[in-house]
Design a protein around this ligand. Structure first.
Ligand SMILES: Cc1cc2nc3c(=O)[nH]c(=O)nc-3n(C[C@H](O)[C@H](O)[C@H](O)COP(=O)(O)O)c2cc1C
Length: 271
């Protein structure tokens, strides 16, 4: 894809970006789409390691590297994780399912082995740091996978039943499956479309926050209503309606309204 084609697919109109600022990396990034339908082709030997080396190459808070990832290929375990993850069938159908872990247990073990204290691990800040680290690492792996022609989709539904997921994966205390990621070659018979995003200027604020975005949001909402219809997605209404429903109340959180309690059971005090 070229700059004009890629930005038109993403925003509905050409951003007229300078062609000399376009390269293969940016092309892969702007070409992202979540892939939930996979071909029968297996993930090639070594691709997992390329993804994880890319993930480990990401920046990491204080170089603590407070994340881990569990690669699941066993069909029965994938099926159980699909069941725990909102009964999303693509989890079981993907040849590879990665579960990304906020992991404060490794540094706890390392400090304990030296007889050193690690009370800062009990603070919300450190939990957030590990979760941010996991997300940054995962996105590097996602981009590496997409650059190899693989497709991915994140799975936040791993947080629906955190204790059951932890038991399934044998997680030690102070670890948490923050999200999953299904990986596989896209099924050419069921290609995913590039999903439009909010206008660039809606998210890019210059110098100070600009809250007056009603017109941009209305325009995007209409674009998305057309996209839902065109893609035959089972979404009622437009983007605003869809988004407002997702945040309407605790019942919209598919079990995650009790996340604090679950995390405390998993060994995070979140002071
Ligand atoms: C942290 C996170 C969790 C997600 N969880 C799910 C999920 O459980 N199921 C799903 O089908 N898609 C999930 N997605 C994918 C989003 O729905 C998708 O990225 C978004 O609609 C934009 O579409 P695109 O990725 O095709 O551009 C998740 C995405 C992120 C970043």
């Amino acid at each position: 894809m070229g700059v004009s084609e890629a930005t038109t697919a993403r925003y509905g109109s050409d951003l007229a970006l300078p062609a000399e600022l376009w390269n293969e990396t940016v092309d892969v990034l702007l070409g992202h789409r979540s892939v939930r339908a996979y071909s029968n082709e297996p993930v090639p030997e070594g691709a997992l390691e390329v993804m994880i080396a890319a993930a480990q190459s990401a920046s990491t808070g204080s170089n603590l590297q407070s994340w881990s990832v569990i690669a699941v290929t066993d069909p029965e375990r994938k099926a159980r994780l699909a069941e725990l993850g909102g009964k999303q069938g693509f989890i079981a159908r993907a040849p590879l399912f990665l579960v990304w872990i906020t992991d404060l247990s490794r540094v706890a073990r390392a400090a304990e082995a030296r007889g050193m204290p690690h009370q800062a691990l009990d603070y919300l800040e450190t939990f957030l740091m590990g979760s941010v680290d996991a997300a940054i690492a995962a996105q590097n792996a996602a981009v590496a996978a997409e650059s190899l022609g693989l497709g991915i989709v994140y799975v936040g539904a791993m947080r629906n039943k955190p204790e059951e997921v932890a038991a399934e994966l044998g997680l030690p205390p102070r670890t948490f499956a923050v999200f999953g990621m299904a990986v596989g070659y896209p099924d050419p018979e069921r290609p995913a479309a590039v999903k439009p995003r909010l206008p660039l200027e809606t998210v890019l604020h210059r110098e100070q926050y600009q809250a007056d975005q009603d017109n941009q949001i209305s325009a995007y909402s209409a674009t998305m209503a057309a996209f839902y219809a065109e893609q035959q997605m089972k979404v009622e209404g437009d983007w605003v309606e869809h988004s407002a429903r997702r945040v309407a109340g605790p019942e919209s959180l598919t079990g995650r309204h009790r996340l604090r309690e679950a995390l405390q059971k998993l060994g995070f005090e979140l002071i």
